[in-house]
Design a protein. Structure first.
Length: 270
């Protein structure tokens, strides 16, 4: 994974939350929140919280006496997430690296992470840290996108940009968000971290958008794909976005559109 894949700064956090969250993240955030709430944890750690979509969904479901520590490696994303969250004395916001958590052993009942493990340079290390901070009987709940071919809009945008930049196509979506889809590898990485009780469920959903332009804006300007496009020329961003929108319009039509998305939900217990 390139270092540029981890940079969520500038206008990316706002565009991510405005466009990407309703497009592909909101339904999985609700699913994750319901799964967490069903386990009734009193102490929760969220890693790679991003713009706070899970935080906003989960906080109302936790008990009044719960402790909820929300972390992200990227301070601009964490700041944006905090700005979207109402006052809640149960929530502690803290910048933290999921591979080197600044918390004591056995400090939490549950660790959750929505679509963040793909960005970890050393996933077994991140999983070992999650296990270290869990109490006996604790749970590690996270999800990861399935391969890009099972996520239609991400594939469409990637294909469109390959025609716009034929000599140097941006591959962020395939390389990072959709680059960790092998469930056997996920199980192996968890086993290296000491997890033996692992359940993986593959869940299909629908991604809906008011227009092809909305999809193109979401991916091209609301993710680190923007960094990759601008590295090929700061003046190419709008043209690349419009090109992606035109390709999606041809494939899916004008007006409101929808397409398949698919992810793995992983529950590891100790």
């Amino acid at each position: 994974m390139s270092e540029i894949d981890k940079v969520f700064a500038g206008s990316i956090p706002e565009n991510y939350d405005r466009h990407m969250v309703p497009l592909i993240f909101a339904s999985y955030a609700r699913d994750m929140s319901e799964r967490v709430a069903a386990l009734a944890p009193k102490s929760v750690l969220e890693t790679a919280a991003g713009s706070g979509v899970v935080t906003r969904a989960l906080a109302p479901m936790l008990s009044p006496d719960a402790r909820y520590v929300v972390t992200d490696l990227n301070q601009p994303m964490l700041d944006y997430a905090k700005s979207r969250q109402g006052a809640d004395s149960r929530i502690i916001w803290q910048k933290a690296d999921a591979q080197a958590l600044p918390f004591e052993d056995a400090a939490f009942d549950l660790v959750c992470c929505q679509f963040g493990v793909m960005f970890l340079p050393d996933r077994p290390s991140g999983y070992r840290e999650a296990r270290r901070v869990l109490r006996p009987g604790g749970s590690f709940l996270f999800n990861a996108w399935d391969r890009i071919e099972e996520n239609v809009f991400a594939s469409d945008v990637t294909d469109a940009l390959a025609t716009f930049f034929p000599n140097d196509p941006p591959r962020f979506m395939a390389r990072t968000p959709h680059g960790y889809h092998d469930t056997a590898l996920i199980r192996s990485d968890l086993a290296k971290a000491g997890f033996t009780d692992v359940t993986i469920e593959t869940r299909e959903a629908q991604s809906r958008a008011p227009s092809a332009q909305h999809v193109a804006l979401a991916y091209c300007q609301g993710t680190p794909l923007r960094n990759e496009i601008e590295a090929r020329g700061p003046d190419r961003l709008e043209a690349a976005t419009d090109h992606a929108a035109s390709v999606i319009t041809i494939r899916h039509g004008s007006g409101e559109i929808s397409a398949k998305i698919q992810a793995h939900i992983i529950l590891a217990r100790i």
